[in-house]
Design a protein around this ligand. Structure first.
Ligand code: CTP
Length: 416
Protein backbone atom coordinates (compact mmCIF):
# COMPACT_ATOMS: atom_id res chain seq x y z
CA UNK A 1 0.00 0.00 0.00
CA UNK A 2 3.08 2.23 0.45
CA UNK A 3 2.87 5.30 -1.80
CA UNK A 4 -0.50 4.32 -3.34
CA UNK A 5 -2.96 7.17 -3.89
CA UNK A 6 -6.57 6.55 -2.90
CA UNK A 7 -9.37 8.91 -3.82
CA UNK A 8 -12.16 8.29 -1.32
CA UNK A 9 -15.70 9.38 -2.16
CA UNK A 10 -17.95 9.59 0.87
CA UNK A 11 -21.68 9.28 0.17
CA UNK A 12 -24.51 10.37 2.43
CA UNK A 13 -25.15 7.47 4.77
CA UNK A 14 -24.73 6.80 8.48
CA UNK A 15 -21.85 4.44 7.61
CA UNK A 16 -19.81 7.51 6.61
CA UNK A 17 -18.30 7.51 10.11
CA UNK A 18 -16.65 4.15 9.31
CA UNK A 19 -14.84 5.81 6.38
CA UNK A 20 -12.89 7.90 8.87
CA UNK A 21 -11.53 4.66 10.33
CA UNK A 22 -10.78 3.46 6.78
CA UNK A 23 -8.70 6.62 6.17
CA UNK A 24 -6.76 6.01 9.38
CA UNK A 25 -6.00 2.42 8.36
CA UNK A 26 -4.98 3.42 4.83
CA UNK A 27 -2.63 6.08 6.19
CA UNK A 28 -1.12 3.53 8.62
CA UNK A 29 -0.31 1.34 5.61
CA UNK A 30 1.50 4.21 3.87
CA UNK A 31 -1.20 5.23 1.35
CA UNK A 32 -2.09 8.85 0.65
CA UNK A 33 -5.79 9.63 0.74
CA UNK A 34 -7.83 12.46 -0.73
CA UNK A 35 -11.51 12.68 0.23
CA UNK A 36 -14.50 14.04 -1.64
CA UNK A 37 -17.75 14.32 0.29
CA UNK A 38 -21.12 14.47 -1.41
CA UNK A 39 -23.59 16.99 -0.03
CA UNK A 40 -25.24 14.13 1.90
CA UNK A 41 -21.86 12.80 3.06
CA UNK A 42 -21.02 16.19 4.54
CA UNK A 43 -24.27 16.05 6.55
CA UNK A 44 -23.07 12.90 8.35
CA UNK A 45 -19.36 13.68 8.83
CA UNK A 46 -17.58 16.98 8.43
CA UNK A 47 -15.03 17.77 5.70
CA UNK A 48 -12.81 18.97 8.55
CA UNK A 49 -12.65 15.44 10.05
CA UNK A 50 -11.48 14.06 6.70
CA UNK A 51 -9.06 16.94 6.13
CA UNK A 52 -7.53 16.31 9.55
CA UNK A 53 -7.10 12.58 9.00
CA UNK A 54 -6.00 12.73 5.36
CA UNK A 55 -3.76 15.78 5.94
CA UNK A 56 -5.14 17.12 2.65
CA UNK A 57 -7.97 19.45 1.76
CA UNK A 58 -11.30 17.58 1.70
CA UNK A 59 -13.29 18.44 -1.43
CA UNK A 60 -17.02 18.99 -1.58
CA UNK A 61 -18.28 21.30 -4.29
CA UNK A 62 -17.92 21.04 -8.06
CA UNK A 63 -18.37 24.77 -8.47
CA UNK A 64 -15.63 25.87 -6.13
CA UNK A 65 -13.80 27.86 -8.82
CA UNK A 66 -10.53 28.01 -6.93
CA UNK A 67 -10.30 24.23 -6.80
CA UNK A 68 -11.43 23.85 -10.40
CA UNK A 69 -8.72 26.33 -11.42
CA UNK A 70 -6.04 24.76 -9.26
CA UNK A 71 -6.84 21.07 -9.44
CA UNK A 72 -10.14 20.37 -11.20
CA UNK A 73 -12.25 17.24 -11.22
CA UNK A 74 -10.33 15.68 -14.10
CA UNK A 75 -7.01 15.95 -12.31
CA UNK A 76 -8.55 14.72 -9.05
CA UNK A 77 -9.86 11.64 -10.82
CA UNK A 78 -6.57 10.94 -12.60
CA UNK A 79 -4.19 11.56 -9.70
CA UNK A 80 -5.23 8.36 -7.96
CA UNK A 81 -4.40 4.68 -8.24
CA UNK A 82 -7.85 3.67 -7.07
CA UNK A 83 -11.18 5.39 -6.44
CA UNK A 84 -13.09 4.06 -3.43
CA UNK A 85 -16.75 4.91 -2.87
CA UNK A 86 -17.63 4.30 0.79
CA UNK A 87 -20.40 4.47 1.69
CA UNK A 88 -21.93 3.94 -1.74
CA UNK A 89 -25.57 4.79 -1.12
CA UNK A 90 -28.43 3.56 -3.32
CA UNK A 91 -28.73 7.07 -4.78
CA UNK A 92 -25.03 7.37 -5.55
CA UNK A 93 -24.97 3.91 -7.19
CA UNK A 94 -28.00 4.89 -9.28
CA UNK A 95 -26.23 8.04 -10.47
CA UNK A 96 -23.08 6.06 -11.27
CA UNK A 97 -25.08 3.47 -13.22
CA UNK A 98 -26.67 6.21 -15.32
CA UNK A 99 -23.57 8.34 -15.79
CA UNK A 100 -25.03 11.37 -14.03
CA UNK A 101 -22.48 14.01 -13.07
CA UNK A 102 -24.25 16.71 -11.12
CA UNK A 103 -21.73 17.23 -8.33
CA UNK A 104 -17.99 16.84 -7.78
CA UNK A 105 -18.19 13.19 -6.60
CA UNK A 106 -20.18 11.97 -9.60
CA UNK A 107 -18.23 14.13 -12.06
CA UNK A 108 -15.01 12.53 -10.78
CA UNK A 109 -16.53 9.05 -11.05
CA UNK A 110 -17.50 9.71 -14.65
CA UNK A 111 -14.15 11.23 -15.52
CA UNK A 112 -11.91 8.61 -13.97
CA UNK A 113 -9.94 6.03 -15.92
CA UNK A 114 -8.86 4.26 -12.71
CA UNK A 115 -10.39 1.16 -11.08
CA UNK A 116 -13.35 1.93 -8.82
CA UNK A 117 -14.27 -0.02 -5.70
CA UNK A 118 -17.69 0.58 -4.15
CA UNK A 119 -18.79 -0.38 -0.62
CA UNK A 120 -22.60 -0.27 -0.75
CA UNK A 121 -24.52 0.80 2.35
CA UNK A 122 -28.27 1.10 2.53
CA UNK A 123 -31.46 -0.25 4.06
CA UNK A 124 -32.16 -3.91 3.20
CA UNK A 125 -35.32 -3.10 1.21
CA UNK A 126 -33.41 -0.53 -0.84
CA UNK A 127 -30.67 -3.13 -1.46
CA UNK A 128 -33.20 -5.74 -2.56
CA UNK A 129 -35.18 -3.32 -4.75
CA UNK A 130 -35.21 -4.32 -8.41
CA UNK A 131 -33.90 -0.88 -9.41
CA UNK A 132 -30.84 -1.20 -7.15
CA UNK A 133 -30.16 -4.74 -8.37
CA UNK A 134 -30.44 -3.50 -11.98
CA UNK A 135 -28.00 -0.69 -11.24
CA UNK A 136 -25.57 -3.13 -9.59
CA UNK A 137 -25.69 -5.40 -12.64
CA UNK A 138 -24.95 -2.39 -14.89
CA UNK A 139 -22.08 -1.27 -12.70
CA UNK A 140 -20.60 -4.78 -12.56
CA UNK A 141 -20.78 -4.99 -16.33
CA UNK A 142 -18.99 -1.60 -16.42
CA UNK A 143 -16.17 -3.15 -14.37
CA UNK A 144 -16.91 -1.53 -11.00
CA UNK A 145 -15.66 -3.69 -8.11
CA UNK A 146 -17.67 -4.24 -4.95
CA UNK A 147 -17.00 -5.12 -1.35
CA UNK A 148 -19.99 -6.02 0.83
CA UNK A 149 -22.59 -5.20 1.91
CA UNK A 150 -22.76 -7.26 5.11
CA UNK A 151 -25.79 -8.75 6.78
CA UNK A 152 -26.80 -7.43 10.20
CA UNK A 153 -28.71 -4.97 12.28
CA UNK A 154 -29.21 -1.62 10.56
CA UNK A 155 -29.22 1.88 11.95
CA UNK A 156 -32.95 2.02 11.08
CA UNK A 157 -33.62 -1.04 13.30
CA UNK A 158 -34.25 -3.51 10.47
CA UNK A 159 -32.12 -6.62 9.86
CA UNK A 160 -30.64 -7.88 6.62
CA UNK A 161 -28.11 -7.23 3.86
CA UNK A 162 -27.10 -3.62 3.49
CA UNK A 163 -24.59 -2.75 6.22
CA UNK A 164 -21.41 -1.32 4.79
CA UNK A 165 -18.47 -3.76 4.90
CA UNK A 166 -16.19 -3.14 7.86
CA UNK A 167 -13.03 -1.08 7.26
CA UNK A 168 -10.67 -4.15 7.49
CA UNK A 169 -12.67 -5.88 4.71
CA UNK A 170 -12.60 -2.72 2.55
CA UNK A 171 -8.87 -2.43 3.20
CA UNK A 172 -8.36 -6.07 2.12
CA UNK A 173 -10.35 -5.44 -1.08
CA UNK A 174 -8.25 -2.33 -1.79
CA UNK A 175 -5.03 -4.29 -1.23
CA UNK A 176 -6.23 -7.03 -3.57
CA UNK A 177 -7.13 -4.55 -6.30
CA UNK A 178 -3.88 -2.66 -6.00
CA UNK A 179 -1.62 -5.65 -5.48
CA UNK A 180 -2.92 -8.62 -7.43
CA UNK A 181 -5.31 -7.51 -10.15
CA UNK A 182 -4.83 -10.96 -11.71
CA UNK A 183 -6.78 -12.51 -8.84
CA UNK A 184 -9.86 -10.33 -9.22
CA UNK A 185 -12.93 -12.00 -10.72
CA UNK A 186 -13.25 -9.16 -13.25
CA UNK A 187 -10.11 -10.33 -15.05
CA UNK A 188 -10.75 -14.04 -15.05
CA UNK A 189 -14.50 -14.08 -15.57
CA UNK A 190 -14.29 -14.53 -19.33
CA UNK A 191 -17.60 -13.42 -20.81
CA UNK A 192 -18.26 -11.18 -17.78
CA UNK A 193 -21.84 -12.44 -17.31
CA UNK A 194 -23.34 -11.60 -13.95
CA UNK A 195 -25.33 -13.81 -11.60
CA UNK A 196 -27.66 -10.98 -10.57
CA UNK A 197 -31.04 -12.35 -9.55
CA UNK A 198 -29.69 -15.88 -8.90
CA UNK A 199 -29.66 -17.56 -5.53
CA UNK A 200 -26.45 -19.59 -5.12
CA UNK A 201 -26.33 -22.06 -2.23
CA UNK A 202 -22.85 -23.22 -1.17
CA UNK A 203 -21.67 -25.66 1.49
CA UNK A 204 -18.18 -25.24 2.91
CA UNK A 205 -15.77 -26.58 5.51
CA UNK A 206 -15.74 -29.81 7.50
CA UNK A 207 -18.43 -31.14 9.78
CA UNK A 208 -17.80 -32.29 13.33
CA UNK A 209 -19.59 -35.39 14.54
CA UNK A 210 -19.64 -35.73 18.31
CA UNK A 211 -18.58 -38.98 19.97
CA UNK A 212 -19.10 -37.71 23.50
CA UNK A 213 -19.23 -34.20 25.05
CA UNK A 214 -15.48 -33.62 24.46
CA UNK A 215 -14.56 -35.66 21.37
CA UNK A 216 -15.61 -35.56 17.75
CA UNK A 217 -14.86 -36.97 14.30
CA UNK A 218 -13.71 -34.37 11.76
CA UNK A 219 -11.42 -33.92 8.76
CA UNK A 220 -8.74 -31.56 7.45
CA UNK A 221 -10.99 -29.31 5.35
CA UNK A 222 -10.28 -25.59 5.98
CA UNK A 223 -13.32 -24.20 4.13
CA UNK A 224 -11.02 -21.96 2.03
CA UNK A 225 -12.42 -23.24 -1.26
CA UNK A 226 -16.09 -23.03 -0.27
CA UNK A 227 -15.65 -19.54 1.16
CA UNK A 228 -13.76 -18.44 -1.99
CA UNK A 229 -16.68 -19.73 -4.08
CA UNK A 230 -19.12 -17.72 -1.97
CA UNK A 231 -17.03 -14.56 -2.45
CA UNK A 232 -16.80 -15.17 -6.19
CA UNK A 233 -20.57 -15.74 -6.50
CA UNK A 234 -21.28 -12.55 -4.53
CA UNK A 235 -18.80 -10.66 -6.72
CA UNK A 236 -20.87 -11.69 -9.75
CA UNK A 237 -23.98 -10.27 -8.13
CA UNK A 238 -25.62 -13.46 -6.85
CA UNK A 239 -27.63 -13.69 -3.66
CA UNK A 240 -25.47 -16.20 -1.77
CA UNK A 241 -26.24 -18.52 1.13
CA UNK A 242 -23.13 -20.15 2.58
CA UNK A 243 -23.75 -23.08 4.93
CA UNK A 244 -20.48 -23.56 6.71
CA UNK A 245 -19.09 -26.13 9.11
CA UNK A 246 -16.65 -25.03 11.83
CA UNK A 247 -13.84 -22.98 10.22
CA UNK A 248 -11.48 -20.25 11.38
CA UNK A 249 -12.16 -18.03 8.35
CA UNK A 250 -14.02 -14.72 8.52
CA UNK A 251 -17.47 -14.52 6.94
CA UNK A 252 -17.38 -13.35 3.31
CA UNK A 253 -18.95 -9.91 2.80
CA UNK A 254 -22.34 -9.67 1.13
CA UNK A 255 -23.16 -13.30 1.86
CA UNK A 256 -25.73 -14.88 4.21
CA UNK A 257 -23.74 -17.30 6.38
CA UNK A 258 -25.41 -20.15 8.27
CA UNK A 259 -23.04 -21.83 10.74
CA UNK A 260 -23.45 -25.49 11.61
CA UNK A 261 -21.43 -28.24 13.29
CA UNK A 262 -22.76 -31.62 12.18
CA UNK A 263 -23.78 -33.17 8.85
CA UNK A 264 -27.37 -33.36 10.09
CA UNK A 265 -27.39 -29.64 10.89
CA UNK A 266 -25.80 -28.87 7.50
CA UNK A 267 -28.42 -30.93 5.73
CA UNK A 268 -31.27 -29.17 7.58
CA UNK A 269 -29.77 -25.71 6.87
CA UNK A 270 -29.35 -26.52 3.17
CA UNK A 271 -32.93 -27.74 2.81
CA UNK A 272 -34.21 -24.66 4.69
CA UNK A 273 -32.29 -22.38 2.29
CA UNK A 274 -34.09 -23.77 -0.79
CA UNK A 275 -35.20 -22.75 -3.37
CA UNK A 276 -31.86 -22.02 -4.98
CA UNK A 277 -30.92 -21.68 -8.64
CA UNK A 278 -27.45 -23.11 -8.25
CA UNK A 279 -26.01 -25.38 -5.55
CA UNK A 280 -22.32 -26.02 -5.00
CA UNK A 281 -21.42 -28.66 -2.41
CA UNK A 282 -17.82 -27.90 -1.46
CA UNK A 283 -18.09 -29.09 2.16
CA UNK A 284 -16.15 -32.11 3.30
CA UNK A 285 -19.14 -33.64 5.04
CA UNK A 286 -18.26 -36.46 7.43
CA UNK A 287 -19.70 -39.62 5.91
CA UNK A 288 -20.08 -41.21 9.31
CA UNK A 289 -21.19 -40.22 12.78
CA UNK A 290 -21.09 -42.12 16.07
CA UNK A 291 -24.08 -44.45 16.20
CA UNK A 292 -24.64 -43.62 19.85
CA UNK A 293 -23.37 -40.25 21.03
CA UNK A 294 -22.41 -40.69 24.67
CA UNK A 295 -23.91 -38.15 27.07
CA UNK A 296 -20.80 -38.34 29.30
CA UNK A 297 -17.06 -38.47 28.55
CA UNK A 298 -16.16 -42.03 27.58
CA UNK A 299 -13.68 -43.70 29.91
CA UNK A 300 -10.81 -45.98 28.88
CA UNK A 301 -11.57 -49.68 29.37
CA UNK A 302 -10.02 -51.16 32.50
CA UNK A 303 -8.78 -54.20 30.57
CA UNK A 304 -7.36 -54.60 27.06
CA UNK A 305 -6.05 -51.98 24.59
CA UNK A 306 -8.90 -51.91 22.12
CA UNK A 307 -12.15 -50.04 21.97
CA UNK A 308 -14.89 -50.21 19.36
CA UNK A 309 -16.71 -47.18 18.00
CA UNK A 310 -19.90 -47.98 16.15
CA UNK A 311 -20.57 -45.64 13.23
CA UNK A 312 -23.65 -44.92 11.17
CA UNK A 313 -23.95 -43.17 7.79
CA UNK A 314 -24.80 -39.47 7.58
CA UNK A 315 -27.33 -38.10 5.08
CA UNK A 316 -25.76 -37.29 1.70
CA UNK A 317 -26.59 -33.63 1.10
CA UNK A 318 -25.43 -33.53 -2.52
CA UNK A 319 -27.49 -36.60 -3.44
CA UNK A 320 -30.56 -35.11 -1.75
CA UNK A 321 -30.15 -31.77 -3.54
CA UNK A 322 -29.61 -33.39 -6.93
CA UNK A 323 -32.74 -35.59 -6.77
CA UNK A 324 -35.13 -34.66 -9.59
CA UNK A 325 -38.08 -32.63 -8.35
CA UNK A 326 -39.51 -29.11 -8.26
CA UNK A 327 -36.99 -27.95 -5.66
CA UNK A 328 -33.90 -29.20 -7.50
CA UNK A 329 -31.56 -26.29 -8.28
CA UNK A 330 -31.05 -25.90 -12.04
CA UNK A 331 -27.33 -26.53 -11.70
CA UNK A 332 -25.95 -28.84 -9.00
CA UNK A 333 -22.20 -29.06 -8.57
CA UNK A 334 -20.35 -31.46 -6.29
CA UNK A 335 -16.71 -31.95 -5.37
CA UNK A 336 -14.82 -35.21 -5.40
CA UNK A 337 -11.90 -35.35 -3.03
CA UNK A 338 -9.94 -38.46 -3.98
CA UNK A 339 -6.57 -39.95 -3.17
CA UNK A 340 -6.54 -42.49 -6.03
CA UNK A 341 -8.11 -43.11 -9.49
CA UNK A 342 -9.17 -39.46 -9.45
CA UNK A 343 -11.02 -39.15 -12.76
CA UNK A 344 -12.68 -42.58 -12.70
CA UNK A 345 -13.88 -42.16 -9.12
CA UNK A 346 -15.07 -38.63 -9.82
CA UNK A 347 -17.00 -39.68 -12.93
CA UNK A 348 -18.78 -42.44 -11.09
CA UNK A 349 -19.46 -40.04 -8.19
CA UNK A 350 -21.16 -37.65 -10.65
CA UNK A 351 -23.44 -40.42 -11.88
CA UNK A 352 -24.09 -41.92 -8.43
CA UNK A 353 -24.95 -38.60 -6.76
CA UNK A 354 -26.87 -37.12 -9.72
CA UNK A 355 -24.73 -33.95 -9.88
CA UNK A 356 -24.49 -31.97 -13.14
CA UNK A 357 -20.82 -31.16 -12.68
CA UNK A 358 -18.12 -32.56 -10.44
CA UNK A 359 -15.00 -30.68 -9.43
CA UNK A 360 -12.39 -33.39 -8.91
CA UNK A 361 -9.29 -32.75 -6.89
CA UNK A 362 -6.50 -34.92 -5.66
CA UNK A 363 -6.28 -34.62 -1.89
CA UNK A 364 -3.28 -36.89 -1.45
CA UNK A 365 -1.37 -35.29 1.49
CA UNK A 366 1.60 -34.29 -0.73
CA UNK A 367 -0.60 -32.10 -2.97
CA UNK A 368 -1.36 -29.59 -0.20
CA UNK A 369 -4.91 -29.18 -1.57
CA UNK A 370 -6.55 -29.85 1.80
CA UNK A 371 -6.00 -26.74 3.89
CA UNK A 372 -3.62 -25.10 1.37
CA UNK A 373 -4.14 -21.97 -0.75
CA UNK A 374 -3.70 -23.59 -4.17
CA UNK A 375 -5.67 -26.21 -6.01
CA UNK A 376 -5.54 -28.06 -9.28
CA UNK A 377 -8.87 -29.41 -10.40
CA UNK A 378 -10.49 -31.37 -13.22
CA UNK A 379 -13.97 -30.20 -14.13
CA UNK A 380 -16.22 -33.10 -15.06
CA UNK A 381 -19.34 -32.16 -17.01
CA UNK A 382 -21.64 -34.17 -19.30
CA UNK A 383 -19.44 -32.89 -22.17
CA UNK A 384 -16.20 -34.36 -20.81
CA UNK A 385 -13.23 -33.69 -18.56
CA UNK A 386 -11.34 -30.37 -18.46
CA UNK A 387 -7.92 -30.26 -16.82
CA UNK A 388 -7.42 -26.85 -15.20
CA UNK A 389 -3.99 -25.47 -14.29
CA UNK A 390 -2.88 -25.01 -10.68
CA UNK A 391 -4.60 -21.87 -9.41
CA UNK A 392 -5.10 -20.08 -6.13
CA UNK A 393 -8.41 -21.07 -4.56
CA UNK A 394 -9.71 -17.53 -5.24
CA UNK A 395 -8.74 -17.73 -8.92
CA UNK A 396 -10.27 -21.18 -9.27
CA UNK A 397 -13.48 -19.91 -7.62
CA UNK A 398 -13.70 -16.88 -9.93
CA UNK A 399 -13.14 -19.07 -12.97
CA UNK A 400 -15.68 -21.68 -11.89
CA UNK A 401 -18.33 -19.06 -11.10
CA UNK A 402 -17.74 -17.43 -14.50
CA UNK A 403 -18.41 -20.86 -16.07
CA UNK A 404 -21.48 -21.23 -13.89
CA UNK A 405 -22.78 -17.81 -15.01
CA UNK A 406 -22.33 -18.79 -18.67
CA UNK A 407 -23.99 -22.19 -18.17
CA UNK A 408 -26.84 -20.66 -16.21
CA UNK A 409 -27.46 -18.04 -18.88
CA UNK A 410 -27.75 -20.88 -21.41
CA UNK A 411 -30.22 -22.72 -19.14
CA UNK A 412 -32.39 -19.68 -18.43
CA UNK A 413 -34.49 -19.46 -21.60
CA UNK A 414 -35.65 -23.04 -21.03
CA UNK A 415 -36.87 -22.07 -17.56
CA UNK A 416 -38.91 -19.12 -18.77
N1 CTP B 1 -21.26 -34.80 0.26
C1 CTP B 1 -22.46 -34.41 0.83
N2 CTP B 1 -22.94 -35.07 1.91
C2 CTP B 1 -22.26 -36.12 2.43
C3 CTP B 1 -21.03 -36.53 1.85
C4 CTP B 1 -20.55 -35.83 0.76
O1 CTP B 1 -23.07 -33.45 0.34
N3 CTP B 1 -22.75 -36.75 3.48
C5 CTP B 1 -20.80 -34.10 -0.94
C6 CTP B 1 -19.55 -33.29 -0.79
O2 CTP B 1 -19.84 -31.96 -0.39
C7 CTP B 1 -18.95 -33.35 -2.17
C8 CTP B 1 -19.39 -34.71 -2.69
O3 CTP B 1 -20.50 -35.08 -1.90
O4 CTP B 1 -19.52 -32.39 -3.03
C9 CTP B 1 -18.37 -35.78 -2.67
O5 CTP B 1 -17.75 -35.87 -1.44
P1 CTP B 1 -16.61 -36.96 -1.18
O6 CTP B 1 -16.23 -36.88 0.25
O7 CTP B 1 -15.55 -36.84 -2.22
O8 CTP B 1 -17.39 -38.29 -1.52
P2 CTP B 1 -18.04 -39.37 -0.60
O9 CTP B 1 -19.48 -39.13 -0.49
O10 CTP B 1 -17.28 -39.43 0.68
O11 CTP B 1 -17.82 -40.68 -1.47
P3 CTP B 1 -16.65 -41.78 -1.34
O12 CTP B 1 -16.82 -42.38 0.00
O13 CTP B 1 -16.94 -42.70 -2.48
O14 CTP B 1 -15.36 -41.03 -1.54
Amino acid sequence: MQGKRILLIVGGGIAAYKSLDLVRRLKEQGATVRAILTKGGAEFVTPLSFATLTEEKAFTDLFDLKDEAEIGHIRLSREADLVVVAPATAGLLAKMAHGLADDLATAVLLATDKPVLAAPAMNVRMWEHAATQRNLATLRADGIHFVGPDEGEMACGEYGLGRMAEPPAILAAIAELLGTPKATPRIVSGSGRSLAGCHVLITSGPTQEPIDPVRYIANRSSGKQGHALARAAAALGAKVTLVSGPVTLSDPSGVRVVKVDTAHEMSAAVLAALPADIAICAAAVADWRAADEASHKLKKPHEGNEATLKLTLNPDILTTLAKPGPKRPRLVIGFAAETENLIENAKSKRARKGADWIVANDVWPGTGAMGGDETQIHLITPQGVEDWPALSKDEMAARLLARVADAFAALRPAAE
